[in-house]
Ligand binder design. Structure first.
Ligand SMILES: NC(=O)c1ccc[n+]([C@@H]2O[C@H](COP(=O)([O-])OP(=O)(O)OC[C@H]3O[C@@H](n4cnc5c(N)ncnc54)[C@H](O)[C@@H]3O)[C@@H](O)[C@H]2O)c1
Length: 390
């Protein structure tokens, strides 16, 4: 007799993330057959009845809803997955937690620390399993970076630097607001590149290198007014188009972060480099299966940067995939997060990043924006509570 347990998923939002998560739920049981829990695509919700039905047919969801409240009210849903724009995360997550559902929420957790704190309070009060989709942690090369750092190979860390560069908003004709360009509207997004892109860099950084204690930032909004897609009016732009900040980590290292949507030629260039006493590592999303590693302890005549192709069975997650030497892609980070979430239900351990971890990232984002606005250093208020678990 099968001992498998069904985890009935209700997903809200059918855009970019609706697709990556649906793929994650669809694939996970094929590649992680040992897991006790198996996701069942029970219901999908989006506001347009015709479009949501098409999505359900395409991905194999059993049913549809056009109001997320109706989805949350159903007693045949165990876990609510929030794949909607940032302004709806808090309301949906709190309602889902109050209904006793597990909550998987897209990043950034919220628009502000205050919203994120309310979400965490609701999750804790309900005592429900939760996770936030900072998925880059679960690319094998990034997880390997974590293993190398934790094993002490780098020694004391001095520098952490990260970039996240794009180029899709340079034209002044790109509108703000509405379904396609909600990221340009501060009301919907909460912030610009800080919450959208740097939040990923900050999550990875605090996972790899511990808490960020204080920040000094500069932001710029290059196009000051844009047409609003909903009102049709030209309105001031409230988001940061670019952000650069430097910071201290609790372990004494210095951080340098840059993000922009105005770096012509770059589509999603997320890179980081970490310099330690003995060794350095660097990683580039455009070449995501590789981790570069330099170890000063190597014999002098062969010392140099190694390019590690992270595709071997003893490297993180890779024994689940093909044969050594064959790479995987962006979508696998979501499959891995689903797998780790399902595993956490078996073990009872939290699946990091949890709402608590994501609140810490939110605090850094908010301190960055406050620092830029006030042209001064800001403490983040981030403690030592950031989960260092995988
Ligand atoms: N983890 C990552 O790497 C990553 C990447 C992209 C986006 N995101 C995050 O995922 C979230 C969604 O982004 P996206 O790129 O998928 O956006 P998107 O615009 O592609 O999709 C948003 C979806 O939400 C639906 N929606 C909006 N309001 C709704 C409501 N009130 N009720 C039901 N459905 C509603 C829209 O119809 C659409 O289907 C955002 O929070 C974003 O920051 C994360």
């Amino acid at each position: 007799m099968s001992t498998r347990k069904d985890l009935r998923i209700g997903i809200i939002g059918t855009g970019f993330m609706g697709r990556t998560h649906s793929n994650g739920y669809s694939q996970v049981s094929h590649f992680f057959p040992e897991l006790q829990y198996r996701p069942i695509l029970k219901a999908v919700c989006s506001r347009n009845a015709e479009k949501v039905q098409t999505f359900a047919d395409q991905w194999g969801y059993e049913s549809v809803e056009t109001d997320w409240r109706a989805l949350i009210a159903r007693d045949d849903i165990d876990a609510v997955d929030i794949c909607t724009p940032n302004d709806s995360h808090a309301e949906i997550a709190i309602a889902a937690a109050e209904a006793g559902k597990m909550v998987l929420c897209e990043k950034p957790l919220a628009r502000t620390v205050a919203e994120a704190q309310q979400m965490l309070d609701a999750i804790e009060k309900a005592g429900v399993a939760n996770t936030v989709w900072y998925n880059y942690r679960r690319l094998p090369a990034v997880t390997l970076a974590k293993q190398l750092i934790d094993s002490g190979k780098l020694g004391k860390i001095f520098h952490y630097r990260a970039n996240f560069l794009q180029d899709w908003t340079i034209s002044a004709d790109v509108p703000q607001g509405g379904t396609g360009t909600w990221r340009m509207d501060v009301e919907a997004a909460g912030s610009g590149v800080t919450g959208d892109l740097l939040a990923h860099c900050i999550d990875t950084a605090m996972w790899l290198n511990g808490s960020i204690t204080d920040v000094s930032a500069v932001t710029e909004t290059f196009v000051k007014e844009r047409m609003h897609a909903v009102t049709g009016k030209v309105q001031p732009v409230g988001i940061d188009d670019a952000c650069i900040f430097h910071c201290h980590f609790e372990n004494g290292s210095l951080g340098l972060f840059e993000s922009t949507r105005y770096a012509r030629g770059h589509k999603a260039l997320y890179t980081f480099e970490i310099n330690g006493e003995h060794a350095s590592i660097r990683w580039d999303l455009h070449d995501l299966n590789r981790l570069e590693y330099f170890d000063h302890r190597d014999e002098g005549i062969v010392r140099g940067w190694r390019s590690i192709h992270v595709t071997d069975g003893d490297q993180p997650y890779m024994n689940k995939w093909w044969v050594p030497g064959l790479g995987i892609g962006y979508e696998h980070s979501f499959i891995h997060q689903v797998a780790d979430f399902l595993k956490s239900l078996e073990t009872g351990e939290p699946c990091s990043p949890t709402f608590q971890d994501a609140l810490e990232t939110q605090k850094v984002c908010e301190a960055v924006l406050e620092s830029a606005a006030s042209r001064s250093w800001k403490d983040t208020g981030v403690g030592t509570t950031v989960s260092q678990e995988a």
